[in-house]
Design a protein around this ligand. Structure first.
Ligand SMILES: [Zn+2]
Length: 417
């Protein structure tokens, strides 16, 4: 199936849509609005006349149902337009490598950057395909402009193939996913879908419906500051207390450096240090929400134990919920994932199902009333200058979207003839 995904993708990556976690505006950067406006225009040109952007920058649009499919449940497809704040995303120069022969791809703007099959096993399956990379100075932005391009291309495909039955299909493009705000102002009621699929995954065939449950715990140690020249017997240095605490956090287990698969972790990732007060922010991750609490209790007990070794010091805690394992919601709607599996198989691909050791916008949307698993978009090495995507994988993702629309329509005829 040949689609317009590649052509669209090559245009979208030229927009600088890097998000910024230090910004207090929404969206966090204006470059995202430029691409979102462009998407409204493109969707309208395709014939999605209700395409519009709301006050927060979210773009939504509808592909109208084919004849007599009004009763099919409304499903949605979602992708984010922003790119990682960790990497340069301006003046992206996408390079198209046709008929990939398995040899090294050297990036012209920085020849020290080389994409090799040996370091990237999924590339071995791409011999003969069209690979897109950046040029060496920036990321590419396939996370998640590949997903955006696939959704627009799928809408175009459905409109030009009216013989494919489908219900009402909703589309949304969102800002600020990379800084964890992508679901903040998502209007689930206005979207009006029974379920949705984010197109924001990696290798062809990936289907993700399990994510971490995540909290952050801020541990603040309070000491007592005084002039260091006259501090004998009086000063309590919160930096020393916090250092003892960090040194005692588990390292050989329960840490990001030593866990994978279904194991959760504790990850100290930010310290604000001063003698008077030092706070340590610790990410808490587990696939089982109940086990987050156990890990948090462990952190609190450890911190209190350290404080007892430093007379005069004290500690307090703040726990913030980040997101929850979407599986807890998706288990209640088994056909949402089942139909995705069928849609992938119908595209001739074996589904690859594995837990996400992180969160997606779908993790939050699922708990906001919109069950949302994640489908592959073909992105690889995201948040890196070695990022790549293949045109064939993007076309496969479009095919999966089209298949899903058809499967929902066919299944609803069976269940409510
Ligand atoms: Zn993404």
């Amino acid at each position: 199936m040949k689609t317009s995904a590649l052509r669209r993708f090559l245009k979208y990556v030229t927009y600088d849509t890097r998000s910024d976690e230090h910004s207090s505006t929404f969206p966090s950067t204006s470059g995202q609005l430029d691409l979102l406006r462009e998407l409204v225009t493109e969707l309208q040109q395709l014939g999605l006349h209700d395409a519009s952007m709301d006050d927060y920058g979210y773009v939504m649009a509808t592909v109208a149902p084919t004849a007599a499919r009004d009763n099919t449940p409304v499903i949605g497809f979602i992708a984010h337009v922003d790119t990682s704040p960790e990497m340069p995303g301006h003046d992206v120069r996408p390079l198209v490598h046709e008929h990939f022969d398995g040899g090294d791809i050297v990036f012209p703007d920085d020849p020290s950057i080389i994409l090799r099959v040996a370091d990237n096993p999924p590339l071995a399956a791409q011999i003969g395909n069209t690979i897109v990379t950046a040029s060496g100075l920036t990321l590419l932005g396939s996370d998640d402009k590949a997903g955006v391009a696939e959704i627009v291309a799928a809408a175009e495909y459905l409109l030009s193939h009216p013989e494919i039955p489908h219900g009402r299909v909703r589309i949304a493009f969102t800002p600020d996913e990379e800084i964890g705000r992508g679901a903040d102002h998502f209007d689930v009621t206005r979207f009006g879908a029974e379920c949705a699929y984010t197109l924001d995954g990696g290798s062809r065939g990936e289907l993700e419906f399990e994510s971490f449950s995540a909290d952050a715990i801020t541990v603040t140690f309070k000491g007592f500051n005084t002039h260091p020249g006259y501090a004998k017997g009086r000063m309590v240095n919160a930096i020393r207390v916090a250092s003892d605490f960090v040194a005692r956090l588990p390292r050989d287990m329960m840490s990001p450096e030593t866990t994978d698969g279904y194991d959760g972790y504790l990850h100290p990732y930010q310290v604000h240090a001063a003698v008077d007060a030092t706070s340590v922010k610790v990410l808490v991750r587990d696939f089982v929400t109940g086990k987050l609490k156990e890990k948090e209790t462990y952190v609190q007990e450890l911190a209190r134990e350290v404080v007892r070794m430093h007379p005069g010091a004290s500690v307090d805690f703040r726990i913030e919920e980040s997101y929850r394992n979407m599986r807890e919601v998706l288990e209640q709607y088994p056909r949402v994932v089942d139909y995705a599996r069928q849609a992938i198989r119908r595209a001739g691909i074996e589904p690859i199902e594995r837990p996400i050791r992180g969160g997606t916008d779908g993790s939050r949307l699922s708990f906001m009333g919109l069950p949302t698993p994640n489908l592959f978009a073909g992105e690889h090495n995201f948040h890196s200058r070695l990022e790549w995507v293949s045109a064939e994988d993007m076309d496969s993702a479009v095919e999966v979207i089209v298949n899903l629309c058809r499967i929902w329509a066919d299944q609803s005829l069976i269940t409510n003839p």
